[in-house]
Design a protein around this ligand. Structure first.
Ligand code: FPP
Length: 218
């Protein structure tokens, strides 16, 4: 592939951890653990390409409705991942961002994420976005509120609201829209992933469950 053929921004809906585990007669949580182990190999695969931005759908606004034990495991896996991989990300000039509303997350994880974002903010290699407590509808709503407040305060007028200013009010304000969205586990659904930003994205569905999605598959 030549440089110009690479997508600039790839989003991944990492789906199928639960089914991967259940198909082996294991607990869903074991699927999440295997899934978390796959994340670094896919980041490494991306680092070998010309892809500039990788957005990983780690936890959706809907995921808060899952059993508390499952939520805790997912938060814990995220924390451990950052703890283990931060140095590697720094060495590879990766800039970490968190897209979403982390207010409900445990304070230790919030601190960890904040630290990763701050420590990597001057890096100019791969943009790595962890979409945590993210929902496309939620993103559109928070952008609408932000712009409404600006109208009310007189900072902007209603006529100033256009596609460009709206994009700049979303969590992805500093980033290009995704060119390619990959979803694993065979589901042809967008599931509240970057609804506004996905307007022109290509969509690829892999039949593999996320824990089986290897560097080679990518
Ligand atoms: C969907 O599987 C996946 C998630 C809800 C979370 C994705 C999280 C990870 C891959 C691990 C943590 C992330 C990092 C960055 C360490 P599912 O449980 O909905 O699967 P199912 O559809 O088969 O039930």
């Amino acid at each position: 592939m030549t440089e110009s053929q690479w997508p600039r921004h790839v989003g991944i809906i990492m789906d199928g951890n639960g089914r991967w585990a259940q198909s082996r007669g294991w607990k869903r949580l074991q699927g999440h653990m295997q899934g978390a182990d796959k994340v670094i190999s896919i980041i490494e695969a991306v680092l070998e390409t010309e892809i500039k931005t990788l957005s990983l759908f780690c936890f959706s606004t809907e995921n808060w409705k899952r059993p508390i034990t499952e939520i805790q495991v997912l938060m814990d896996l995220m924390y451990k991942f950052l703890d283990k991989q931060l140095q590697r990300l720094i060495t590879n000039n990766v800039r970490v961002r968190v897209l979403g509303d982390m207010d409900k997350a445990p304070s230790l994880l919030r601190e960890k994420l904040k630290n990763c974002v701050e420590i990597t903010q001057t890096n100019n290699g791969l943009n790595l976005n962890f979409m945590m407590s993210y929902g496309g509808r939620d993103d559109i709503l928070q952008a609408t509120r932000k712009l409404s407040e600006k109208v009310l305060s007189g900072e902007i007028s209603i006529e100033d609201i256009n596609e460009n200013t709206f994009s700049k009010a979303l969590h992805t304000s500093e980033l290009d829209d995704p060119d390619l969205i990959i979803r694993t586990s065979g589901e042809f659904r967008i599931s509240n992933f970057m609804l506004w930003q996905a307007a022109y994205s290509e969509f690829y569905v892999s039949p593999k469950f996320w824990p089986d999605f290897t560097k080679k598959t990518f």
